[in-house]
Structure formats: C-alpha cells, structure tokens
Design a binder for this molecule. Structure first.
Ligand SMILES: Cc1ncc(COP(=O)(O)O)c(C=O)c1O
Length: 453
C-alpha cells in the first residue's frame, strides 16, 4: 500500500530535535524532560513497561482525522459516507472508534469482516472489497447483512446473484471501474491500457457490460460505481481527472440504460507526511476537489448529484502511530555507514523493504537533543534487506535507547508477519495520559497455536 513519495536528498545530520518533527508525529506529541510524550504518555516509560517492539496509536489523532473527513466532505454535499479502509489498521478497538465517529468501514476479506462483527460494527455501514472474494466470503457477507459489496468480476456477480437469490435477499452492489487514470504522487498518468487486476476498464466496454449485468441479475441491486486510483497521492488533480472520467461514464450509463447512478465511491488515496519535506494536501482541500468536483461534473452532464463515499485509510491512521524499539547494537563500518540494530524489523514494518519507504526517526529518550549523525536503522531478521529506515538523521544512539520510528500507524501492523517466528508487537492506544493495550504482544504459544505436531 503505497509507493515512496518524492526522491529524497542525501541524508545529512540535520540537527533537528523531536520538536522539529511534529509534522510527522501524532497531534498530541510533545517533548518533556527530554522524552517524547504521545497522548500525555511518556513513550520511554511505556517502552520499558510494555517491552519493545511496540506500536503506539494516538486516539485523539485518529478521531480528529475521521472528523475532518466528515466535516470537509459533508460541508460540500449532505450525503457522503466516510468509509475507513480497514486494511490500513484493523483492530476491534479501531472498529469501535470508527463506529462512534459515525463513519463506515471497508473490509477486504472474511477475516476483516470477522473483526467488524466482533466489534459490533453496524453491518449496514460495511463496504466489502476484494478482487477475488471467495464464495464463502460472499456468503458470510450476505449472512451478516453488509451494506454494499463492491463487485470486481463477472464471475463474482453471478456467484453473488445465486447466493443472494438462494437466501431470498437483494444485495446492494457497486461496480468497480478502472477509470484509466493512474495517480502518480505528484501528478496523474492516463493509462489507455487499463491494465489492472482490479475492476472493469471503460475503454474496452467491460465496465458498461458489468453495469448492465448488475442491473439485470436477480438478487443484486445496482447501487452505483466505485473507483480507487492509488495511494499516497499528493496531487489533487489526479482525483479531479478521474472524477471527470467517471462522471462521463455515469452519463453514458444513463443514456444507454436509463438508470441513474445513485452512489459514487471515489476510493481512498490521500497522501500523508512520512518525511519532513513531504507536504500533503489537506483533508479540507481534498473534500473540495472531490465533492465539489463530482457536483460540478454532474451539473455539466445534467445529472442528479449522487450519494458519495470516500475511503481513506492511510490519512486516518498513519500519523497517529509510531513504533518504539530498543537499540540492541551499533555497528560502525568506517567510511561506509553505521547500522543501529533494533528488536523488530521487516516483520513489523515491511514497507521499507517492499516500497523503499522512508521514515523519520528519533531517540525517544533524547528527544530534545539534535540529530547529529546519520545511521541506518536495521531490523533483526535474516535478510540484508531488513531495514527499517535507510540513512536516518538521528541523535547519537546508545545501547538500550528507545528508538521511535514516526508515522507507522498505517499498513505496518496490518502487514506484519511472524517471519523468523518473531512474535508480533502489541498495540497500545494512548489518550489523555492513559495507555490502553488494544492488541497484546504475541507469545510463543500464539506462534504454535495452529501446530498439530
Ligand atoms: C479500494 C481501496 N479503498 C481504499 C483504500 C485506502 O487507500 P489509502 O490508505 O491510500 O487511503 C485502498 C488502499 O489501497 C483500496 O484499495
């Protein structure tokens, strides 16, 4: 989920302290007595008490981001669902927060649906994604009574139609369309080929065939269209271009079938600041471009403005989270680089190995000191590519320091693994000076619970 952002200049000691890193930290971050505090909690004490590696999530930031989306989308149009993309960070506690904030939830597997069910999430506010939902998953969705299923292939529509008809149900569906607009971080690319495993392309007529099939099939009710053009997007004109294309398609649907599209879901994708140079667009500007953009395009084509949905993931949780590690060893290779090895790595953050992602890091117990050196933060796994942060400006580290990697709230815990039989870290939610373990650290017994010997 998410390519790196802009090409980065060579790292040099930047002499910045924790106080200079607030743009990538949770909104409650502060430096007190040389320590990094989040949500009123001393992260150094937390690391010592809970053990590391440890994910820390700031509840105030998560709630604030959800509220910003509600505010700045509904400011422009009354009927907008804000759908948190559960793939970015899924836990029972997170589902409860999303429900309390009057938002919807997108799930992409039977497993994610099970979390929503466990949390008592209102099923009519569930959107279901996935390019190859199994028959079992489709049946689970129908039995749970989910709000909308975003259909992604002809086979899936047929399967869903049969399963729903067997149950005497009618399931609302959105048809996923590939608009042929691919978001680059700083611009968009028109891809005539529409080469994607997701959705139906417009140019070859597949999207229209899919809509016609959805209208005709029993057991399913065509409710509208869905698109998702990418992730970690900085350029709002990518969304504007895709909206232009998809609303034109809505007009074609009306002309050809007489059916008015009732809902348009424009997916997720808004970028966030991972590094100090990153300057993402605001949720306020995003709301204007997307919601006003849809309204304007509809007016242009003489269409009724549909209900809308947006599906942010990263921009809700990424900057709400940090990962705390303990420094175990410091290896200086003269004239080459210094490796600072921590007690986690690619098992708790795969994004660096997978996407060459970059993060800001600081020593949480020296947060008031300047970052006087550059080091590479390495994990503990048996892969030379197991790097958490390449060339990170850092305070001078010592063994047992608590090293904090910023902006790890999205796609880290949710993409974590047990590689090398590493136990997954726990997750602590902090708020108003209180730390609450929402996912406990795994144990060796957890690692072996499926072993039958
Ligand atoms: C269909 C869909 N919706 C929403 C999202 C969330 O995107 P982001 O986390 O970039 O906001 C994704 C992520 O890839 C997605 O595939």
């Amino acid at each position: 989920m998410g390519k790196p952002t802009a090409p980065r200049p060579p790292a040099v000691p930047d002499l910045k302290t924790g106080a200079d890193l607030l743009s990538v930290l949770p909104m409650t971050a502060e430096i007190k007595g040389g320590h990094l505090f989040i949500g009123g909690v001393d992260t150094v004490e937390l690391a010592r008490e809970q053990g590391t590696a440890l994910y820390v999530m700031d509840e105030a930031t998560i709630r604030e981001q959800l509220r910003e989306y509600i505010k700045w989308t509904r400011f422009h149009w009354k009927d907008v669902d804000v759908v948190f993309a559960g793939k970015a960070f899924m836990s029972v506690a997170m589902c409860k927060i999303v429900a309390e904030e009057d938002c919807c939830l997108d799930v992409s597997s039977g497993g994610e649906l099970a979390f929503a069910l466990r949390a008592g999430f209102p099923m009519d506010r569930i959107y279901v994604h996935g390019n190859n939902k199994t028959p079992l998953e489709l049946a689970e969705c129908l039995d749970a009574g989910v709000g909308r299923i975003v259909v992604d292939s002809f086979e899936e529509m047929d399967r869903l139609s049969t399963l729903a008809s067997e149950r005497g149900a009618t399931q609302k569906v959105l048809v996923r369309v590939t608009p042929g607009v691919e978001a680059d971080t700083h611009d968009f690319i028109m891809t005539g080929a529409e080469d994607s495993k997701f959705g139906f392309g417009r140019n070859q007529g597949l999207a229209m065939q899919a809509v016609e099939r959805a209208i005709a099939l029993p057991g399913i009710e065509f409710d509208g269209l869905h698109m998702h053009i990418g992730s970690q997007i900085f350029a709002l004109n990518s969304f504007a271009k895709a909206i232009e294309v998809i609303v034109e398609f809505i007009a074609e649907i009306k002309e050809r079938t007489g059916v008015e599209v009732r809902m348009l879901d424009t997916g997720g994708g808004l970028g966030i600041a991972y590094g100090l140079p990153d300057e993402p667009s605001t949720i306020k500007d995003y709301g204007k471009v997307v919601v006003d953009g849809i309204k304007e395009e509809c007016e242009k084509h003489g269409l009724t403005v549909p209900a809308m949905a947006v599906e942010p993931g990263r921009s809700i949780v990424a900057n709400a989270g940090v990962t705390l590690y303990t420094v175990g060893s410091i290896k200086e290779i003269p004239g080459i680089r210094t490796y600072v090895a921590v007690d986690g790595g690619m098992s708790d953050n795969i994004r660096t190995s997978l996407y060459d992602a970059h993060y800001e890091a600081l020593i949480a117990n020296k947060a008031d000191k300047p970052r006087e050196m550059v080091a590479t933060v390495a994990g503990k796994h048996c892969e030379s590519g197991d790097i958490v942060v390449n060339d990170a400006p850092l305070q001078v580290p010592e063994v047992d320091d608590v090293l904090c990697v910023c902006a790890t709230g999205a796609y880290c815990q949710s993409m974590s693994s047990n590689y090398n039989k590493q136990v997954r870290p726990g997750v602590v939610m902090v708020n108003d000076g209180v730390a609450r373990v929402i996912i406990r650290r795994e144990t060796y017994d957890d690692l072996m619970k499926c072993e039958l010997g």
